[in-house]
Design a protein around this ligand. Sequence first.
Ligand code: DQA
Length: 146
Amino acid sequence: MRRVLVINGPNLGRLGSREPEVYGTTTHADLARACEAAARELGLSAEVRQTDSETELVGWIHEAIDGRLPLVINPAAFSHYSYALRDALAMRTAPVIEVHISNPAARESFRHHSVVSAVADGTIAGLGLQSYELALQAIARLTGPA
Ligand code: DQA
């Protein structure tokens, strides 16, 4: 089965209790289980990770690049200012989909720009857990049969 990394940035480990009116009540563990199940349906094997560290995210992006693994990434707040993540993603060797649980375009102005979007194949935002499910569908389409 084709592997796909699903990587989540800072504060997403607090899903469930973090601003539930914005991010819902689904926990990160729930999100991981839902992604793994959605991926299986698509013939993919999803590995879901979360970190609050920019360094660790860059390391995981390098791992995906070296392994030619497709990536679903929610860079969280790093979306808006991390040139380090942007530069790492620019080296990608397989499809990359950026996801957001909320719709940053409908929120504070500092969230309106993502420095990562230009180096992703596409961005899916505002659909909660479904953002990840649609991103996995896009990865399945973009990568074709394993
Ligand atoms: C987020 C949106 C970002 O603006 C925010 O900093 C996050 C989560 C989302 O999934 O909606 O941490 O990426």
